[in-house]
Design a protein around this ligand. Structure first.
Ligand SMILES: NC(=O)c1ccc[n+]([C@@H]2O[C@H](COP(=O)([O-])OP(=O)(O)OC[C@H]3O[C@@H](n4cnc5c(N)ncnc54)[C@H](OP(=O)(O)O)[C@@H]3O)[C@@H](O)[C@H]2O)c1
Length: 255
């Protein structure tokens, strides 16, 4: 799918991974524009692209992909006046229509995965949740998305928002609890790596059996004294509240 001219706005985790995936697919990234010039320059060097100082320098051609923080997407779009280019964003929670403020043709390419720059990701296995403002825009978006992923899903903004909420629960919240477990063991001078087989099995079992059937633990069993002893060991009051609320939720959910 050569012949597409891509401009990236933003130079963070998603811009980095999408930029590299486009290159691997033989699609050059023509230019990078970001709030911090040094960040744009670093990503442009990685991708062999030009650096654009301001969004006003962006040409009205090809695909302009905003991979910036959610709250920056609408103001960035408002600063554009694209008549020809397809304007995309990559957010799970921002409605597609905010892009209408800056473009006649627009859409969303939301990669449902967690991205950090220093962690490789196989984009071909990442579901791309796609939405477009019309049939022509859809054809262009689908052809771009198919070049980097084998899992394309058409969803509207409301559905994407619901997937995003589920993703926050499945990834962000679970990962935060892992971080709390790691910090707790570190403070107690104990080893987090003892938990690695358990962490892997938690995810494998939830996928194999369904998370509802896979639930175990003191809250699921109703072992009140065990939970009291756990809570007594937690020094952070907010984390103690979180332990209590999660346990109560598990209790009531499986009652
Ligand atoms: N990370 C994920 O796991 C993930 C997964 C799926 C979708 N997403 C979505 O992808 C988007 C980007 O996320 P990310 O994780 O890549 O964020 P990030 O690593 O925090 O990077 C955000 C980027 O936004 C740029 N930015 C902020 N305000 C800007 C502005 N006014 N003009 C131009 N650039 C601006 C920042 O620029 P400077 O660095 O130059 O200051 C930075 O490069 C978000 O909409 C997010 O919801 C993220």
């Amino acid at each position: 799918m050569k012949g597409h001219e891509i401009t990236l706005i933003g130079s963070g985790n998603v811009a980095f991974h999408l930029g590299r995936a486009f290159l691997r697919a033989g699609i050059g990234v023509d230019a990078v524009c970001s709030r911090t010039h040094a960040h744009a320059a670093a990503l442009a060097a990685e991708l062999g692209s030009r650096v654009l100082v301001a969004p006003g320098d962006i040409s009205d051609r090809g695909i302009v992909l905003i991979a910036a923080t959610d709250d920056a997407i609408a103001p960035i779009a408002e600063g554009l006046a694209l008549r020809e280019a397809l304007l995309l964003h990559t957010s799970g929670s921002v409605p597609m229509e905010v892009l209408a403020r800056g473009a006649a043709h627009y859409g969303v390419l939301y990669p449902l995965q967690t991205f950090s720059k220093d962690r490789p990701v196989n984009l071909r296995e990442v579901p791309l949740l796609l939405e477009a403002s019309g049939p022509e825009e859809w054809a262009k978006l689908k052809s771009l998305a198919a070049a980097i992923s084998g899992d394309l899903r058409e969803v509207n903004s409301a559905e994407r928002h619901k997937y995003h909420l589920a993703a926050v629960m499945a990834n962000n919240f679970v990962n935060h609890l892992l971080a709390m477990a790691a910090e707790f063991l570190e403070k107690e001078d104990l080893d987090f790596d003892v938990l690695y087989p358990l962490i892997r099995e938690t995810v494998d079992k939830a996928i194999a059996m369904g998370p509802g059937a896979a639930q175990t633990g003191p809250a699921r069993r109703g072992d009140e004294k065990t939970m009291e002893r756990h809570r007594a060991m937690i020094r952070d009051p907010l984390l103690e509240t979180l332990y209590r609320l999660l346990s109560e939720h598990i209790r009531s959910h499986y009652r």
